[in-house]
Design a protein around this ligand. Sequence first.
Ligand SMILES: Cc1ncc(COP(=O)(O)O)c(C=O)c1O
Length: 425
Amino acid sequence: MSLPDIRFSQRRHQASVQSIAYLMKQGLESRNVISLAAGFVDEVTLPVSLVREAIADILTDDPDGHSVLQYGTTAGLGPLRDNLLKHMARLEKCSATDLNVTTNEIVVTSGSQQLLQHLSDALFDPGDICLVAAPTYFVFLGTLNGVGARTIAVDTDENGMCMDALEAELTNIEQAGDLNRVKMIYLVSSFENPSGVTLVDDRRKQVVEIAKRWSKEQRILILEDAAYRELRYEGEDGPSIWINDETRQHVILAQTFSKSFSPGIRVAYGVLPRDLVPAIHDVKGNFDFGSPNLNQRIVSHAIQSGKYEQHVAGLQSSYRVKRDAMLTAADEFFSDLPGVSWLRPNGGLYVWMTLPDEIKTGFESPLFRHATKTENVMYVPGDIAYPKDSPLQKKCQMRLSFGVEAPDTIREGMRRLSQAVRHVM
Ligand SMILES: Cc1ncc(COP(=O)(O)O)c(C=O)c1O
């Protein structure tokens, strides 16, 4: 008798192959390929000795030495959440009291991707709507797809999501009778992945006002994903979207230590509207009933000792050099190519490049093949950062990351990429 097929769930079919899995595998395995693709942080700057010392301290500090190797709570380690309030106050340049939240509204997760998944599970039924910037973080597009949500892209310029375009989309949705399906507006507020764009201060206020005004049938939540906030190389950090909502009922703030500390430790946190907290605890309870205690303790130790802050300052200097290396190489190798342009990010890990319309950059394109197979350089095709079939989707863009490679290698990668572009031009 032949082996019967496995019958998969509906959800399995919605969880289409994530491009991220392919890109990460390529980034880790193809060591001869220069990766301008992976959103990895720079291994050289990972806080190895800081973490070694922190673990030694933690494990000799009885009784903590035992309790950190035990399960923790679903909400996350109490002392870490206390430290997170102080950390947030420092970022918002106010006192912890002025934040007007308690540790009860903070939930710790294993990476912010996990929080995004929990939120999607708790909030979206198939057909419910999430409005996103065009382009945006493509892994979250996959997560939304996985729960059957509809994603609608909103036009974006160099100052972030355009508020008049957001209003126009909401008007269209209302006219179609679907306003009751709008659950969320998702925004990567600083140094967007992939475009590097930051939402300007006045739009941070406006989006809160828009979410409130359009919450006619149910609350429209804003999910502020601030993954790159601390990787700033130029200019002053302003207030978050979250702090602009005095009610604390419309904005979910998602923050991670993956980019600013260590993705191998993978600790993140969400600050939630009070009435969303039980739902996220329940979903996380079903999922893993709490993130690893030791990892949380390491992050807490690093914040408490002030070493985290020092580490971030070091990262900013190191990534600034790499960003500049990429921008200088873009000038050197691409500025004579007609119709090619790129954005200059003030932080984050990415430079967003647009080629002439007729040069496609997708996984199946001649450019991608030539770049990866002949020139041995890898980028992320820009089309995956738009919801499928969005009228705003462009197919001639590339996300170029300066995260992983050293400055000289970044320059060489850019040279090779320009060769590939010249080849298909
Ligand atoms: C915008 C954005 N949000 C969230 C994440 C998830 O990161 P983590 O799950 O490691 O916190 C990433 C990772 O690249 C990202 O770019």
